[in-house]
Design a protein around this ligand. Structure first.
Ligand SMILES: [Zn+2]
Ligand SMILES: [Zn+2]
Length: 368
């Protein structure tokens, strides 16, 4: 009887300790940064307009749980300017038909093609003739997308645990992290945070994110041969509200987005294609205002944030510079491709080795 009672008391204490710990975790989850980011409030940083969107979203036109209208409403509530809808298909004609400005959110459709190598995202292509769907062969599909003015992105490259995309590739981009794979692979490790899904869903999702070391290594390897864009991907199928807060693409436009949908869509896709964007884990801290650029042979980064953070510059898979300053200048010792990563250095639900911001690569001088 006494043993039973002692055991019961022990369990009760353990449970209470867990509740206190969870409460402390939830209370300690604060968002850094300021202000909403709707189109109408889009700020101008120098000559550029920065707008934010979510890349890789599924609707009921494939295996997503909600309709495009519901998704647009959720996106509007979360202050997202645009959604890149990528329903499965070759391409998904219904998703292409559903494009437009809804609830003030630009719904831009591409498609996710199941190929022999894995899932390939196509964006910005002119609609192919319905009698000539995209190939199921990855390289052929990428060429078809390119011939229709679009560009292709390798989706969740390590979902099958090993690289299946060959050495050269005709692909323009790569997903560096995606929320769907993170949730599937690290669900068990985040079990203690699951009750937080009810009050602070972002906290539970952020805890599922692990440093994308393998993908970053592969990206740097690919960058030795050709420019490849890096994307943080939602791969959203449900829980749209919380998921739309996690990863944002910050797209830089020369002019504010046009009122007319087709023009605004073209502006966003052109910037994406040219790498005029960066990705960030915005649920950990708002990344609005970050810039990384090349001027007069030197790299410059602006990370104008009031909280502690650290910017690293990476060249050929190696970190060549690191700074805690809000503005930095770096003279590259040799020509080549350089990119930046920013890490949060204040208490944050994001693991310290997970990059908070990932810039796109910039070529300096001639390729060796
Ligand atoms: Zn996929
Ligand atoms: Zn997907």
């Amino acid at each position: 009887m006494t043993v039973k009672r002692a055991l019961g008391r022990g369990l009760l204490i353990a449970f209470l300790l867990y509740i206190v710990w969870l409460g402390w975790q939830i209370a300690g989850f604060r968002e850094y940064g300021t202000g909403p980011s709707r189109l109408r409030e889009s700020v101008s940083a120098g000559p550029e307009f920065e707008i934010e969107g979510v890349y890789h979203v599924h609707s009921r036109f494939s295996d997503g749980r909600e309709t495009v209208d519901q998704i647009a409403r959720t996106a509007a509530r979360k202050n997202v300017d645009f959604i890149l809808l990528t329903d499965h298909g070759n391409p998904n004609q219904k998703a292409l038909d559903a494009q437009g400005r809804k609830e003030g959110v630009l719904i831009i459709a591409g498609t996710e093609i199941s190929t022999n190598r894995g899932h390939l995202i196509g964006l910005g292509f002119a609609r192919p003739d319905p009698s000539r769907p995209f190939s199921r062969e990855a390289e052929a599909a990428a060429l078809e997308i390119a011939s229709l003015g679009g560009f292709s992105i390798i989706a969740h490259p390590y979902a099958k645990t090993r690289w299946s995309w060959g050495r050269q590739g005709e692909f323009d981009g790569l997903e560096i992290m995606d929320m769907d794979s993170a949730a599937k692979s690290h669900f068990l490790r985040t079990l203690p945070y699951l009750p937080a899904l009810v009050v602070r869903p972002g906290l539970a999702l952020l805890k599922m994110i692990r440093a994308p070391k393998q993908t970053l290594r592969k990206w740097d390897e690919l960058l030795r041969r050709r420019p490849v864009l890096g994307f943080l991907s939602a791969d959203a199928h449900f829980l749209y509200g919380p998921v739309f807060e996690i990863f944002h693409l910050h797209v830089l436009l020369e002019k504010p987005p046009a009122e007319e949908f087709e023009t605004a869509k073209r502006q966003i896709l052109d910037s994406l294609r040219r790498g005029r964007f960066f990705s960030a884990v915005d649920a950990a801290a708002r990344a609005r205002g970050f810039r990384f650029w090349l001027q007069d042979g030197s790299f410059h980064a602006a990370a104008p944030f009031s909280f502690a953070h650290e910017t690293a510059i990476i060249h050929d898979g190696r970190e060549v510079y690191r700074s805690r300053d809000a503005a930095l200048t770096f003279s590259p010792p040799q020509p080549g491709v350089y990119r930046a990563e920013v890490y949060l250095r204040e208490r944050s639900p994001l693991a310290p080795d997970v990059p908070w911001i990932i810039s796109n690569p910039i070529m300096c001088g001639d390729r060796k």
